[in-house]
Write a protein that binds this ligand. Sequence first.
Ligand SMILES: *[C@@H]1O[C@H](CO)[C@@H](O)[C@H](O)[C@H]1NC(C)=O
Ligand SMILES: *[C@@H]1O[C@H](CO)[C@@H](O)[C@H](O)[C@H]1NC(C)=O
Length: 850
Amino acid sequence: MPPKFDPNDPAVVELVSLFKSFGLSETKSLEAVRNPKTAATLKDIVQACNLTANPLDDKQAGLIASLATQGSKLAEPERNYIATAVADGRLKTADQVTAAVKFLTESPLPVDTNRFESACGVGFSITPEELDATVATYLKSKEPLSWDKVNTYLPGTKQDDVLKWANNLDVKNSLEAYLTKTIGPKPAAPAKGKSKDPKKPPVPAASSSTAPAEQAASSEVNERSVFEEGFLGRLHKVGGNPQKHESRRKEHLDWTKGRVFTRFPPEPNGFLHIGHAKAIFVNFGYAAHNGGHCYLRFDDTNPEAEEARYFESILEVIRWLGFEPYKITYSSDHFQKLYELAVDLTKRGLAYVCHCTGEEINAARGGAERGPRYACSHRDRPVEESLAEFEKMKNGEYGPGEAILRMKQDLEDGNPQMWDLVAYRVLKAPHHRTGDKWVIYPTYDFTHCLCDSFENITHSLCTTEFIQSRVSYEWLCNALDIYCPRQSEYGRLSLEGTVTSKRKLKKLVDDGHVMSWDDPRLYTLIALRRRGVPPGAIISFVGGLGVSTSASNILVSRFEQSIREYLELNVPRLLMVIKPLKVIIENLPEDFLVMIDKPLHPKVPAFGSSTIPFTRTIYIEEDDFRLEDSKDYFRLAPGKTVGLFQAPYPITYVSHKTDETGKVTEIICKAENEGPPKKPKAFIQWVADHPASGSPIRVDELRVFHRLFKSDAPAAQPDFLKDIAPDTLEVVKGSMVEIGFLPLAKKTYDEALKIGKTRTEIAHKEDEKAQTSVKEEISHDDAPKATAEQLVGNEVVRFQGLRVAYFALDKDASLACFNEPAGTEPVLKPGDKVILNRIVSLKEDSGKTI
Ligand SMILES: *[C@@H]1O[C@H](CO)[C@@H](O)[C@H](O)[C@H]1NC(C)=O
Ligand SMILES: *[C@@H]1O[C@H](CO)[C@@H](O)[C@H](O)[C@H]1NC(C)=O
């Protein structure tokens, strides 16, 4: 908790009045005072530059305040130089101040005025014609152009030497004018969901009729705020990261041309979970938003843990979430280069072969009691000896644990990541890609930063658990005099009330507490997918939480609420009864039939409509009938009238039948089809019995998943298995759904497949482009391939059972019509199985019944 802020504190009042006296607005003054560091810096600037003597205008004062926020690391003379440049009117915009901070960070005073002014766009001016011409050139480099990508173009102009100084609004207008001229007008915005909380991303809308969720989910979040503000908004510009050698920066800028390069580097040793969704969103999203690229790099340095199925699944999940890797690479691509650098490091006297046991190493690092640290006897062995020993390690002359290569860092440093980390160890396991070629394998600490460097990563984004590693990351790159990427850490996302550790998940699967790794009670991404959670809902959830340096621990119930909000406008609604109760409407003739055309969503006409029969025999929900009436009960009971959604008449109770146990088995009603229309107080869902039109569709199995754990912190229990709740899978048989289900399912599936194919074709084309742009030295024929099928499963069929819950088709279901050509009239075939999963209830609930 930050210390409590008291606006009446005399010290605060004095500072606010000082800030106001140089022209800063009241709000901004208060804002500045809230952050003690900013406040102190700002005070120094104001006093040193004598700003109160010649107060600034509102805008200039705001720039000075922003200088105090960004420039707290600059030394005083540099900071004051920038403040003066603001005061004398040379620097006019926030972008210019940012550029000035960057410039003076890299080249301190005395300043070369010309270079400074050109780096900061001082005196920049552009005519509308010049602006249009520059925008046109810029957009030509982005071809093929598409309105879908319009959100990436504007931020991309920030990388352009000229456009970055132009007025944002002018650039935006010029961009849009050019796009309209070349690819036609912007498509009409899809119906926007209502978003009560302005901070929340808008609920993504149904852009095409039925399969919106499978479309590139990434474009749907309120990207501006996530990628341009807060943690991600504050990341350095490409090339702005510190380098030991200026020449490295130049090479880096020449090669990247200012484009962002990120990477998502999972270890292929398990299935990704909800926490990874954030990493995917951050890395792929940030690159895409800035017109850059994101690698999928399999960090496969531990041959013992890897399995082929994980590689496939990881690519599939990334694509399902709406992203395409720029390239798929492997840490193992670089085994030879890594080895050579390990030799190089040793030759530089910065690595040595050590034969200590794990215990000895621990003890030398101060042990558990954090005692004094000391060098082991191998640390100062001659370089030649380490080189020879390392060669022996490589040739298999040592077994695992008998020898390791360690970096020679700094035992005096307070950071344990500097205590001579292990660089290489002996592992006599064949590697799935390099076979028996190697018996030594590099560690994460040695591999990660070097692979980032090889791939010219501009922003190495990871979670805050790795903060301490940043020191060793930079140490190693700089020790080898290679390009040093900048690692920046954001807070991880975890869900409370579930477990995500691989070991625990494995236990749940192996012991049969859940069906499989994709059991919908789990929070692996394949489980969420199977359950029917749309990728857009996950992206919207992650994006809505924002990205900052603090970790997000979110209750599962909040996640579900976010899914619910997403589904509300993104899936159609069908009539459905879970536990059917037969109703005979006695005053209708035996052959009575009305076909009703009803919308699939009351607020989203794009979903279209379905046509369903209304007949003399219908089914309603068991729970919608009661024998004991009461005042606040408006559904069916003796003497009562109730409305049927979309049906022509309400019905009124006449009598009922029971079985020998007293259970109600049938209700006799009459239709209110004569006299003045009655206005019922409530409407209930129903489905008609009409075999000729296939009504109703019988659901073979309806699976309702309840929370797997009793507590909100199962992982913290001494034995998490004891926290498992009983009966978390409820299977209901005999449910019924309206016949609109089948055409909806077929159409949704066909459309998802079509979108999947288009996306995959584009991905393949981009891939070819990427392959030819850089000559591959290493074959990636074994890499998992992008396919349309990865993007489409039964789960794309989602709907709300009106008044019931949200459902998706389970992967165990089978509908023969999915294999028929698109557009074929679907019918149920023998052998078809309708199996539905409840995605979420309509309201937050804790009870069993759905
Ligand atoms: C600040 O400005 C005032 C008024 O122009 C002037 O009298 C004073 O000497 C200046 N102080 C410094 C330190 O420049
Ligand atoms: C990284 O940049 C260098 C130039 O600095 C270039 O030679 C190299 O090919 C780039 N790496 C990759 C993986 O493209």
